[in-house]
Ligand binder design. Structure first.
Ligand code: CMP
Length: 131
């Protein structure tokens, strides 16, 4: 996902350019807004965390871009491309270093495993929306 902060700040095009330049194929994509229920479900794994309320508030405050990306070693390569969760710790040239403002408002989300990528892809897209 390209998160609400990056959308608000006009970075959709630049982020998609970095993603495709890094060799990812976009096999599904949509511009949408999460409801509170959507965000609570998507981030259910974090529901006991102290930042959960803030995370749901942030993720629902404006539109996002959801996408499914395909590449060999996609999970690890995408995590390298986006950089550390906290942009202050993200490597130079990574998407979060360039476009994120804080650990909470960190511009993009990437799946942390192939298994979660399949679950998260299914959360956003039906089979007919994946090419
Ligand atoms: P993401 O990769 O989307 O997965 C969980 C999100 O929780 C994370 O990015 C951050 O946006 C958010 N998050 C993680 N740690 C914190 C924190 N300490 N304070 C606020 N938000 C956080």
């Amino acid at each position: 996902m390209i998160k609400p902060d990056a959308v608000e700040n006009g970075h959709i095009g630049a982020i998609l350019e970095k993603i495709t330049a890094a060799g990812f194929k976009i096999v599904a994509m949509k511009y949408t807004q999460l409801s509170r229920r959507d965000a609570q479900e998507f981030y259910a794994i974090h529901k006991e965390r102290p930042f959960f309320g803030e995370l749901v508030e942030f993720m629902t405050r404006g539109p996002i871009v959801a996408a499914i990306l395909e590449k060999d070693n996609a999970v690890d390569d995408f995590r390298a491309l986006i950089g550390a969760t906290n942009p202050a710790e993200a490597a130079e040239g990574t998407i979060r270093k360039l476009y994120a403002t804080s650990i909470g408002e960190n511009a993009v989300h990437g799946s942390d495993s192939d298994e979660n990528a399949a679950i998260e892809g299914g959360f956003h897209f039906s089979g007919r929306e994946v090419f």
